[in-house]
Write a protein of this length. Structure first.
Length: 113
């Protein structure tokens, strides 16, 4: 039974992702949005959708700590791991303002949450 639920969920995930990309691309194209912006928006939504689902389910079931932990954990992972792997693959050129202004604000917001 568990394997059947897993397989069904995996199939629905693939079908849903395909539908999301197709529909978002069609809507963006009709509105005259560039392909780059459409792609970035679809990727951003697609990568955030699992966290949104878990956080909503946790919040609705009264586990607000899980919802907050999920958001903070995702933020920390995305910043440290994804940015770190990207920097290992290719050195990142950043402006000084990013390091002096944006990074402290991001760290402060994460700590505050």
């Amino acid at each position: 039974m568990t394997w059947l639920m897993f397989a069904s969920g995996l199939v629905l995930l693939v079908l849903g992702a395909n539908l999301l990309v197709e529909r978002a691309s069609a809507i963006g194209a009709k509105l005259g949005v560039s392909a780059l912006i459409i792609g970035l928006t679809v990727v951003a939504f697609g990568t955030s959708a699992p966290e949104l689902a878990v956080s909503l389910q946790s919040a609705l079931s009264g586990n607000s700590a899980v919802a907050v932990g999920n958001v903070v954990g995702s933020n920390i992972f995305n910043v440290l791991f994804i940015l770190g792997v990207s920097a290992v693959i290719r050195p990142l050129l950043v402006q000084v303002a990013l390091i002096r202004i944006d990074v402290p604000i991001m760290i402060g917001a994460s700590v505050a949450v």
